[in-house]
Design a binder for this molecule. Sequence first.
Ligand SMILES: Nc1ncnc2c1ncn2[C@@H]1O[C@H](COP(=O)(O)OP(=O)(O)O)[C@@H](O)[C@H]1O
Ligand SMILES: Cc1ncc(C[n+]2csc(CCOP(=O)(O)OP(=O)(O)O)c2C)c(N)n1
Ligand SMILES: [Mg+2]
Length: 317
Amino acid sequence: MPSEFELIARYFARPDFLEPGVAMGPGDDCALLTPTPGQQLAVSVDTSVIDVHFPADAPAWAIGHRCVAVALSDLAAMGARARWCVMALTLPEADEAWLAAFAEGFHALCAAHGVALVGGDVTRGALSIAVTVHGEVPAREALKRSGGRAGDILAVSGPLGGGAGGLHAWRSGVRDLADPLLAAYLLPQPRLAAGQALRGLAHCAIDISDGLLGDLGHLCAASKLGAELDVERLPLAEGLTAALGEDAARQAALTGGDDYELLFSLPATALAGVKHRLSDLGLHLNVIGRLKESPGIGGVGIGDLPTGWQHFPGAPS
Ligand SMILES: Nc1ncnc2c1ncn2[C@@H]1O[C@H](COP(=O)(O)OP(=O)(O)O)[C@@H](O)[C@H]1O
Ligand SMILES: Cc1ncc(C[n+]2csc(CCOP(=O)(O)OP(=O)(O)O)c2C)c(N)n1
Ligand SMILES: [Mg+2]
């Protein structure tokens, strides 16, 4: 069994790499990074925990991909370009086959987005992975949750409900990662290029991790606005209605979470431009409603829906 330092060297440290902006990578007490002049650093961390964020027996490769994807999704929502990450890995045991597959999934997604793993931490315990990502965005151009304006069109960058649909598929015994629902859940694609394409045109953005209603609630609160949803226009993930039925599919799209698409608002004058930029990226802009002056989210029409995923739901008031 490899020692802690052997497994870091074998699977995670790339001492010979010369990534742009990395003056010192793994191996010293800190990484030393050289940000680009004129850019602001965008920094975020997300933790992925066994049986909370992914099933215990999910393929290690997919766990490696997913823990990076969900962290990068926050950079996408700010319109940032991803640059560097550090990863704190807590493992029950040093299973080499598992680690090799996990590292492959992790490094493959990092490579796809030009992200360098510049450091981390390895400890023993229940499986959990915290990925801190660092991105760059031109000063004052970041997309915030708070920039929405009354009358803005609300749109999403792709289909919803796939995260919850994929979890349902996994629980029903589906194991083929080519299944579109399972892929949406276990192999989400962070919308980094879309986020950057929205800069200068969209007024505000957030990524959908907790569920559309929950994250729209965050967007509205930050922008001090309400929203009117057109529930009939929600783009549903491929195979979702067939797997869950119509009502549960819509519920999954509204509250399931784990979709990692971008939810953003834009003025009607920017609609054609944003559509164009997204279609150049192979993405479809889906209009799902509007921001409005009066508070609250209207148009949902299914009574009292739970708002979104919460790790510590408060007591009912
Ligand atoms: N332990 C913490 N310390 C400081 N800030 C935190 C902590 N946990 C969450 N936050 C902040 O609260 C906000 C909401 O967190 P979260 O719901 O996890 O966001 P996201 O969905 O973007 O990952 C973020 O700005 C995050 O940085
Ligand atoms: C095994 C398993 N059960 C349930 C879920 C559903 N789930 C867990 S956490 C979560 C919300 C997103 O995670 P969170 O840690 O809140 O991410 P953040 O909002 O910080 O990006 C959802 C929908 C899942 N992904 N995997
Ligand atoms: Mg978070």
